[in-house]
Write a protein that binds this ligand. Structure first.
Ligand SMILES: Nc1nc2c(ncn2[C@@H]2O[C@H](COP(=O)(O)OP(=O)(O)OP(=O)(O)O)[C@@H](O)[C@H]2O)c(=O)[nH]1
Ligand SMILES: [Mg+2]
Length: 278
């Protein structure tokens, strides 16, 4: 499955979605209605500000219009449960800010060990994790005299390292999972990194991220661990600090057909994985 869709597939998928008016007029409800009934619990991991809550809302909102959602970041404070109405599946979405991980991820790890969860979604953003610090000067990467661009470059690089660290922490949980487990790595914020798509693809598919996943494959065996990458923009909006300062603008030329095509692919991937026989 391509990480970023080639132009002809973007056109095909976007046209299909427009023609059915599934995504833009009716939201995701109708697409999801095709999904099989079941009681699959899916554990959603990922750092604070990566897009986990947004994913849950997107997959459950039915008639609402995802493309018009407000993009203000509010940190989650407890585990959220998103019942996928037409699947019967349940997304378990914990808060991802570091100080909340110990308290809230434990139960999700336990569900993996006991076989209650059928799959895992790891939500990453190529480091573009939203934050609640008022302005870039409040980030730990800030040093006297740095420009906003320099602070942000240091911040996203450090967040990418933290994403890898989260994956490393997940590895033993994935290896010990009772069931044949599947995992989806969802790279959000495509609207912010679209011009660097080749770099993003290399970062996840040909770097340390894959190396770490390789350990799970080796220990569990390929047949007992199926992994897919998918990338999308869950919303399309500038990356702003709570102060209102625009830190990173959405990529010029990132249009609705690109977004809709990748969102369609995201829903299709979740559908295939959740309905997979384990
Ligand atoms: N530009 C852009 N913004 C996004 C995307 N996905 C999510 N966001 C925004 O990123 C911010 C964080 O999203 P959340 O879904 O709240 O993140 P979270 O992972 O639940 O964060 P915690 O609850 O703190 O763990 C919100 O302001 C979202 O609107 C995306 O694909 N593109
Ligand atoms: Mg959240």
């Amino acid at each position: 499955m391509p990480f970023v869709l080639p132009p002809d597939q973007i056109v095909a998928l976007a046209l299909a979605a427009y023609e059915k008016k599934d995504l833009l007029r009716k939201g995701f409800g109708r697409l999801l209605r095709r999904l099989k009934q079941g009681n699959a619990k899916v554990a959603v991991f990922g750092l604070g500000g990566a897009g986990k809550t947004t994913l849950g809302q997107l997959l459950t909102e039915g008639e609402a219009r995802p493309l018009l959602r407000s993009a203000t970041y509010t940190e989650s404070l407890a585990v959220e449960e998103y019942k996928l109405p037409e699947i019967g599946g349940l997304l378990m979405v914990p808060p991802g800010q570091e100080r909340r991980i110990d308290d809230y991820w434990h139960d999700l790890y336990r569900d993996l060990a006991s076989g209650k969860s059928v799959g895992v979604a790891h939500v990453v953003s190529y480091g573009y994790n939203s934050f609640m610090k008022r302005e870039v000067k409040d980030l730990s990467q800030y040093r006297e005299g740095m420009t906003t661009g320099q602070v942000m470059a240091a911040y996203v690089a450090s967040e990418r390292e933290r994403e890898l660290e989260i994956l490393r922490r997940l590895v033993p949980r994935l290896i010990d999972a009772k069931r044949n487990i599947w995992m989806v790595t969802l790279v959000t914020k495509q609207d912010l990194w679209w011009d660097d798509a080749a770099l993003v693809e290399t970062h996840y598919l040909r770097g340390q991220y894959e190396e770490i996943l390789g350990e799970v494959r080796r220990k569990r065996g390929e047949s007992k661990f199926l992994h897919e990458y998918v990338s999308a923009a869950l919303v399309s909006s500038n990356f702003t600090a709570p102060s209102g300062e625009v830190l990173i603008k959405t990529t010029g030329g990132y249009d609705q057909s690109i977004q809709v095509a990748h969102l369609t692919q995201l829903v299709n991937t979740m559908q295939v994985m959740i309905n997979r026989k384990t």
